[in-house]
Design a protein around this ligand. Structure first.
Ligand code: NAD
Ligand code: GLY
Length: 369
């Protein structure tokens, strides 16, 4: 159930017993008192942002938070996936300990998925756990990474390999903040929006086919609907399987291939969402080759991903390298690579596939230019 407020702001609840919280979606939320009511009270707050986002929004957020906290501190992390590591995580602890912050301090993650994942992990660890609030500023973070409590940093041997499940106290999605997002980043976010259609909602997929250009143009009604529907689906999945013992894995559609692309090319070469976009094409093709979805679905999904401004041809990497990288995936079991594949349109399942078939699928979608 979603609750629309008089200001047009929507709240999507995420039901996790004592860890339940709301995802608030609207425009201009820094000025919306109701959006901030009821958050954890504390003397200190730390805004964690990066060198790109902080100059845009940190001062406005600090002004809002100064109504709730006696001290509002800030730390700016270096920008980019290449900095999603242990050294950057330590900068958050340096800021907290350097300022003498206690175990009630509230962390506010102001940024995209990289800032959100690092801040959440820092919150899980600092003094064995302090509250944190997600203020996601990319489309990808608003529809996926800020919701559901997965936090992590990368290890040179694998993406998101060191982290924790740790839920935020609230997620505040201010759609107005997307106005400054570069178009390439907006497209990357659309990959995670599109993902929800094939795995959970055929009707949403059809809606996206009609509205993808509106989303690229940041048309407000289309954007609000896409963020809300994505968050509803994610909240539904996470509410049933917080720690990914089963169902939650479907949110990784395209990710086994995508994570291999990111790690194989070096973090930051392809954006996360770009790698997932291409990964979804490969996962759809593998599903079709296994008879799980009609072959015609592959060009249908490919076309939508392309219209979203995302790559649909895989990068050139030796087959053995693809397999090696995909075996590091967290879904692998006893060395067997497991994929999220489709089960018709609007449903997904996990399963393995023969290496030769997987390599054939990759070859069929690799650019030879
Ligand atoms: P990102 O955090 O690197 O942000 C993308 C770029 O946009 C950065 O340069 C950032 O500084 C800039 N930016 C952010 N907001 C802006 C704004 N409003 N205006 C202008 N520039 C802005 O990338 P992302 O795509 O947001 O997130 C990708 C990360 O999320 C990956 O590390 C991925 O592993 C993670 N992720 C996590 C989950 C999860 O469940 N925790 C889910 C999906 C992805
Ligand atoms: N983005 C995948 C998940 O949250 O489980």
């Amino acid at each position: 159930m979603n609750l629309a407020t008089s200001s047009g702001t929507v709240r999507v609840p995420i039901a996790l017993n004592e860890r339940s919280y709301d995802i608030v979606i609207g425009s201009g939320l820094l000025a919306d008192d109701a959006c901030w009511d009821g958050l954890p009270a504390s003397a200190d707050a730390l805004i964690v942002s990066n060198t790109t986002v902080a100059p845009l929004y940190a001062q406005a957020l600090a002004t809002r938070l100064s109504q709730r906290h006696r001290r509002v501190l800030q730390v700016q992390l270096p920008d980019g996936e290449a900095h999603k590591d242990w050294a950057t995580l330590n900068l958050v602890f340096d800021a907290l300990l350097g300022a003498g912050c206690d175990r009630k301090t509230v962390l506010y993650a102001l940024g995209g998925g990289v800032v959100g994942d690092i801040t959440g992990f820092a919150a899980a660890c600092y003094m064995r756990g302090v509250p944190f609030v997600q203020v996601p500023t990319t489309l990808l973070a608003q529809v996926d990474s800020s919701v559901g409590g997965k936090t992590a940093v990368n290890h040179p041997l694998g993406k998101n390999m060191v982290g924790a499940f740790y839920q935020p106290a609230r997620v505040i999605c201010d759609l107005a903040m997307l106005n400054t997002l570069p178009p390439r980043e907006l497209s990357a976010g659309l990959a995670e929006v599109i993902k929800y259609g094939p795995i959970a909602d055929a009707e949403f997929l059809a809606w996206l086919e009609t509205h993808v250009e509106d989303l690229r143009a940041l048309e407000p009604r289309a954007l609000a609907h896409a963020v809300q529907r994505s968050c509803e689906i994610k909240a539904w999945v996470v509410g049933q399987d917080e720690r990914e013992n089963g169902l939650r894995a479907i949110l990784n559609f395209g990710h086994t291939f995508g994570h291999a692309i990111e790690a194989g090319l070096g973090y930051g070469q392809w954006l996360h969402g770009e790698a997932i976009g291409c990964g979804m094409v490969l996962a759809a093709e593998l599903s079709a080759r296994l008879g799980l979805v009609a072959p015609a679905f592959v060009p249908r999904l490919t076309q939508l991903i392309q219209r979203a401004g995302l790559p649909v041809q895989a990068p050139v990497m030796p087959g053995a390298r693809w397999l090696e990288l995909m075996r590091v995936d967290k879904k692998s079991e006893a060395g067997e690579i497991r994929f999220v594949l489709l089960d018709g349109v609007g449903r997904a399942q996990m399963r393995g596939a023969p290496d030769a078939l997987v390599l054939d699928v990759i070859a069929a979608h690799t650019s030879t230019d």
